[in-house]
Design a protein around this ligand. Sequence first.
Ligand code: NFS
Ligand code: SF4
Length: 656
Amino acid sequence: MEKKKIISKKKEINPSDVTICDATAQMLEKAKRDGVETAFDRAANMKACPIGADSACCKHCSMGPCRLSSKDPYGKVGVCGATIDTIMARNFARMVASGSAAHTDHGMSMLDLFREVVKGNITDYEIKDPDKLEEVASSIGIEVEGREINDIAMDLYKELERTYTQVEGEIPFAKRVPEKTLETWRKLGIVPRGAMREIMELMHRTHMGVDQDYENITTQINRTALADGWGGSMVATEISDILFGTPSPVSVEVNMGVLKEDHVNIIVHGHEPNLFESILVSVNEPTLIDAAKKAGAAGINLVGMCCSGAEMMSRHGIPHVGNFMSTEAVLITGAVDAMTVDVQCIKQGLAKVAECYGTHLITTNPRCHIEGAQHMELDEHNPSACTDEIVIKAISRFKNRTATIEIPSIKNIGVHGFSHEYINYMLGGSFRASYTPLNDNIINGRIRGVAGVVGCTNPRVKQDWAHVELVKELIKKDVLVLQTGCSQIALAKAGLTSPEAAILAGPGLQEVCETVGMPPVLGMGSCVDNSRILIAASAMVREGGLGHSIAELPVAGAAPEWMSEKAISIGQYFVASGVYTVFGVTFPIIKETKFHKLLFEGLEKQGLGKWGFSPDPKEMARMMIAHIDKKRRELGIDKARERVLMDMADRQALEA
Ligand code: NFS
Ligand code: SF4
């Protein structure tokens, strides 16, 4: 019998269907001509596993793997007897453990660097922001008055090390948590000890045959997530500010048009700012600039990508070339001479694309090698050995460029770098820096509430679309938006990070933006910088008038195009901190199960926040605004808003 040959035809993508980023779409067209494949193509040809998407399978032991049914979740249990709630909670827990591990390990690398700088063993970096050092130190009870910077720094190091190693008792930054929120955590037993201990315990408890009560697993999920948000992530942000400077607003160019055909183009993509800081020194080295010119280049052009790019644009105004779903696309320009990557969100697919265009793809961190990429390790004791070499490689590729070059001529200018310190200063003025004006504007109703919109882009969603639609809707309804990471870049490309974008805001928010001269969307940096949002929220509580815990504030969070385990950990620490947090794309839990009800309703009853889900950004905005309005009602400030809006309508009618 003759077998019929089945030729599976590859699905072709239509670039304008998969992204609203015109530069990325242009590059996907070029990719077709060049015969190059990207994650967009692979997503179209890889059907997501429906059982995995619902988290209805377990492979924690070899009696399985066990598959349960999403249609009839309580119809079956695993070979060991594990129920659907146990299986989903364990899977979710491990996402949190991994995400929390990524952020805390990043934070620990920054802290290692800080220790060696303070001890004098590393001399290429220094304490750039002693004010921030003192502020962080005194926030956790370290005496700063009349003391040497180095002594304060050493004490700070010793304290912050506990964020990781603390065996019993609370991590240092628990001192920054609003009292009532902390009380709730203490009652629930979720104040984190050191991250190493929390992550270890969560991995232990989710091993086959240990914790088989989804409620009890969730307790440790919360504790581990909080060790990320108020632990590792916060350490990463604060130490990076101390070493490299606290951001303040700066005008920056974003998008692929920041590449320059006549320059040696170097992209830094990743998460840890130390390599980026050092390569910034290398590209300004006169001998290397000379070498570039000798090779026929007009100069060296250093640009950032993804999260470390978001930090560098906030701190130094370095141009930013794009977010997560543009990392392959940018190589297709043919104009990138070298791309360095360190850790996190680095697609293995980059190696293939880089090879097609002769771009040097260089890994620099011992934790992340990629088959097919060159590994050049960064040693902080002698960083220029690595970063100079990267520049030299890029120059040699420039000299021998063979790829056809096409750079989308799109650049968007916006203002970025709103640290919580700056928001304090900006709204309060230099004489009386405080959050009072923000709280006042919320209480009087000009600003309806505050939303954090953050997180990845994902080829399962039209790139940037959900971010942009959601944020437009929020600001239109007078919600001030705080942003980080890939989401911030999506809005920057859509032009919403410029002060002129205030005209897209509702009348109340518009008035505040125009008075202060700020955009309606405030970019705060990378994903670890979500900790800045936690601090801003705590400052709002302390300022008074908006309740006593984060859970009482008229705020909400969202990650409309999330993809990583880190995003789940972030979502969970916002929820545990008291924030209603809405995710898009898909949610890895079956609806109408007990575990789902706990995350989406139960946690709020315990005094924490809760999860929400919708793949539709308009619906997401509606859910967030409904929550904000509910909080306003509970605070008794709902009437003020009606009055202020009426006033404004009257004034506009008069002016007309
Ligand atoms: Ni954060 Fe997602 Fe990655 Fe940064 Fe971008 S994808 S969770 S935003 S680069 S970490
Ligand atoms: Fe199956 Fe239980 Fe083993 Fe998981 S732990 S694979 S549910 S037998």
